[in-house]
Design a protein around this ligand. Structure first.
Ligand code: 8YV
Length: 321
C-alpha cells in the first residue's frame, strides 16, 4: 500500500473534509467543480489509487473497464450507488463503499419539507407573494390538505425511511410501510407492515419514497400504481428520480387524481422536468436532501474513514463490493 495514496476528489467537498483528505492523501482536485464527461473522468483517474466521487460521477461498465489497474477503491460520498456498476467493479476487483446513516436526518428533514410544501401549497404561495401577485385574501383562498392524523406510507423502510417515519409520527401520522423484509418491533415502532407495494399504496394518504433505484424499482411509481393511491394523495420523492414515471405523475397531478407532489429528485439532473415545473401543485427542490453543513462534513469524513480502513488493510465498514 502506498504511504500517501493518490486520491482524486472530482467535486467540491466541505473545507473540513478537504483539510483532512490533504493531511492523509495526495489529493487531486477538479478545481472548477464541473461534472466530468466520461472521458474526463477516466483521464482524471489515471495515476490515482482511489477516487471519492459523488452521485454525479457515473461509473458505468465502460468507464470501469477503462480505469487504470492502479485504482483500487471508489469511496462514494453518497448513500445511493446507482451511479456505479457494482458488478463491473467487482469483476475488476475494485472496492466500492458508500456513506449510509450520516445523511438520514438531513434527508428526512427535506422529505418532511416536501410533504408540507406539497400539502400546503408552498411553491404556489411563495411565488405569489414574491412576484407581487398577492392581492386577495379569503377563507377560501389557498386551502390545502392537512397531514395531521393522515396515513404516511413509506416505500423502503431503510435508515432514511425510518427517520422520516419518526418525524411523520410527530405530526400524529399513522405510519405504514413496505420493505423487502419486515423490521423487528424496536425499529418498526408500531408502523403497519405491508408485504406488497400495492397494499401499501392503497392506504397511503402521503407516499414517501425511500428505496434505492435498481432495475426492480425503476418506474415503480407509474400510471398503474398511482391509480392505487387514495384519491388526492400526495407523493414525496427524496430518493431517486428513476423511481417515478414522470409523464404518469404529470398526468395524475394535472387531472387532480393526486393532490400534489413534493420532489427533491428527478430523472434528469441537474435540470428537472419542465412538465412538472409547469404545474402549481408541485413543490420542487434541486436534490438537496443531504445538503447541510453538518451532513456534508459527516459524509466526507465517512468516505475518508472507508478509505483509511482500506489503505490500512482493514475492511471498510461501508464496503459494498
Ligand atoms: C448526495 C444522494 O447529495 O447520498 C445520496 O445518494 O443522492 C445525496 O445525498 C450526493 O450523492 C452527494 O454526493
Amino acid at each position: 500500500m502506498p504511504a500517501r495514496p493518490a486520491l482524486l476528489i472530482p467535486r467540491k467537498l466541505s473545507p473540513a473534509v478537504l483539510e483532512r483528505a490533504r493531511r492523509d492523501y495526495d489529493v487531486i482536485l477538479n478545481e472548477d467543480d464541473h461534472v466530468f464527461s466520461p472521458d474526463e473522468l477516466v483521464a482524471a483517474c489515471q495515476g490515482v489509487d482511489a477516487v471519492l466521487p459523488c452521485h454525479s460521477e457515473r461509473f458505468d461498465a465502460a468507464t470501469i473497464a477503462a480505469l487504470p489497474d492502479r485504482l483500487r477503491i471508489i469511496a462514494n460520498h453518497s448513500v445511493g450507488v446507482d451511479h456505479v456498476d457494482l458488478a463491473a467493479a467487482a469483476a475488476r476487483g475494485i472496492t466500492v463503499t458508500n456513506t449510509p446513516d450520516v445523511l438520514s436526518d438531513a434527508t428526512a428533514e427535506i422529505a418532511i419539507l416536501c410533504m408540507l410544501g406539497a400539502a400546503r401549497r408552498g411553491s404556489e404561495g411563495d411565488r405569489m407573494v414574491r412576484e407581487g401577485r398577492w392581492n386577495f385574501w379569503s377563507p377560501a383562498f389557498m386551502v390545502g390538505r392537512q397531514v395531521t392524523g393522515r396515513r404516511f406510507g413509506v416505500l423502503g423502510m431503510g435508515r432514511v425511511g425510518q427517520v422520516t417515519a419518526e418525524r411523520a409520527r410527530g405530526f400524529g401520522m399513522e405510519v405504514h410501510y413496505h420493505n423487502r423484509t419486515r423490521l423487528p418491533d424496536h425499529l418498526e415502532k408500531g408502523a403497519v407492515f405491508h408485504d406488497t407495494v400495492e397494499g401499501l399504496l392503497q392506504v397511503s394518504d402521503v407516499l414517501s419514497l425511500h428505496c434505492p433505484a435498481t432495475p426492480q424499482t425503476t418506474g415503480i411509481i407509474n400510471a398503474r400504481t398511482i391509480a392505487l393511491l387514495p384519491e388526492r394523495a400526495i407523493l414525496v420523492n427524496t430518493a431517486r428520480g428513476a423511481l417515478v414515471d414522470e409523464a404518469a405523475l404529470i398526468a395524475a397531478l394535472a387531472s387532480g387524481r393526486l393532490f400534489a407532489a413534493g420532489l427533491d429528485v428527478f430523472r434528469d439532473e441537474p435540470g428537472g422536468n419542465a412538465g412538472l415545473a409547469a404545474l402549481d401543485n408541485v413543490f420542487l427542490l434541486p436534490h438537496i436532501g443531504s445538503a447541510t453543513f453538518e451532513t456534508r462534513d459527516a459524509m466526507g469524513f465517512r468516505a475518508l474513514d472507508n478509505l483509511d480502513a482500506f489503505f490500512a488493510d482493514r475492511t471498510p465498514v461501508d464496503r459494498l463490493v
